[in-house]
Design a protein around this ligand. Sequence first.
Ligand code: AMP
Ligand code: MN
Length: 276
Amino acid sequence: MHSTASDGALSPQALTDVCHAKGVTRFSLTDHDTVAGVTEAQRHAESLGMRCLAGSELSTLWRGIGIHVVALLPEGASGALLSGLEAQARARDARAEEIARRLEKIGLEDALARAREQAGSERPLGRPDFAKALVAAGLVPDMPTAFKKYLGAGKPGDVKTHWPYLSEVVEWIRDSQGIAVLAHPLRYRLTHRKRGQLLDAFREAGGEAAELISGHQNADVGRDLARQLEARDLMGSQGSDFHYPGGPLAPGVMSAPPRCSVTPVWRHPRLARFAA
Ligand code: AMP
Ligand code: MN
């Protein structure tokens, strides 16, 4: 789930309150390329008798494709991961400048300042901030159109060149005794075969799990993915990818996993204390 530490709408504390209201007792806060919201969520979760696992969703590249890796961090972030996250924040700043240059060419004046205004804080900018700026300026009618025309995969505002290689990020995570989870493998529009190659590369790099369920997804493709995880002995995770209230997703609400023999990632030995 995401909070105001990245592109989520709720503060870590408010998000924790929503989880509590939904009956969630264990969750991970996985903001894009940062752990800045984790301490606040953990403190509040503990005061409500819940547990929040430190996490982050890191932006990476594999064969030129933007791939997200969720870090589950029972020991928090340290060493190579901490410096890696600092580098990700700088990469986001450089990327935002490049996105702004490109959007100015299509008519969004002062794009960087407008995206900053939409973010409403000094946190590193993401594509949704630019999407909101395009909507506010009247250049597109809504967010989905902003991504479809300008910010989605392959469009002018889709700047990926600043992200580190997938294997490097997995190494950072392992350096903090974290568990690397491949985020939403079905969202990269890969063929079955290429998705298999991605899972192989991820496993080879030290990745241990993949999201079997992310938000809402079709049961048929879920079964195919489950077989790919079973074949590689990867554990399975589930995430709502919650960003804001009022949409189709809520904390703790996601599609049911397919029947399979994939081991849930919360049975990972390093998560025993969290899951207890
Ligand atoms: P960034 O981390 O800056 O690349 O932004 C990624 C975020 O953009 C995701 O977490 C989504 O919230 C949002 N996003 C990406 N693609 C789309 C899309 N096609 N439509 C709507 N939102 C999207
Ligand atoms: Mn993602």
